[in-house]
Design a protein around this ligand. Sequence first.
Ligand code: KMH
Ligand code: ZN
Length: 276
Amino acid sequence: MTDVDKLVITAALNGAEVTREQTPHVPILAEEIAAAAAEAAAAGASIVHVHARNVDGTPTQDKRVYRDIIKRITAACDVIVQVSTGGAVGMTAEERGDVITLAPEMATLTTGTVNFGTGVFMNEPSTIERFADMMRLHGVRPEIEVFDVGMIAASERLVRAGKLSAPLHFDLVLGVPGAIPGEIRHLMHMISTLPEGSTWTAAGVGRAQLPVATAALLLGGHVRVGLEDNIYYSKGQLAVSNAQLVARVARLAGELGRDIANAEEARRIVGISGRS
Ligand code: KMH
Ligand code: ZN
């Protein structure tokens, strides 16, 4: 198996919206996020997708909090730290984008607006272009976060406009209420519209997490799991950690003969070059 065939597992550790009331296991403080990252990395994750939180658990895009999170994770383990530019529903574009100036290895870039539960995840064309410009300036590898199929075509327009460089790396997110449903037929359709040469990860939300992850494994894609997207291990049973969800994907991959990429291999696979 060559490096490119190996499986990149992303652990979406906490998100912006998951609360301690919903699950006591979601990491909030920087030290908790770093510990969760190290555990997830030991279980097979090579990317951690992180959101910053205030100490009371509310979401923040404060650069100082992200700086602390990145420092602690980097000290704890070798993993790609992918920060969120999505933040939380209702945040301004200005507050969301500031984290890019920290020059993390990777950051999310959503290429369209979508209903997101009871709110609207707003991404105006000017915001998307600005975030893309900032990522290019700071040497940050974008992960194109798509919640519906039109966002894939939007990212191709950004490549044509010189705002993004192909090949792109996508995260296909399925199952957010208001966005593309978490069904395999929709995953197949999304994959069929990806630009030639792209790499892709799939993330199923809620009960779609396990079926979408399994389909991605079979289809040669990469997988994202974690408490941001799904707080349950099985019906009615909370996952006790991000690592538990990662470990299940690693076991499935083992059964299917798919080797797991380490962080260095993952950097090559998703197109991060010359940073470490
Ligand atoms: N919290 C969502 C509104 C991202 O991290 O880039 C957006 C989100 C996507 O989680
Ligand atoms: Zn996120």
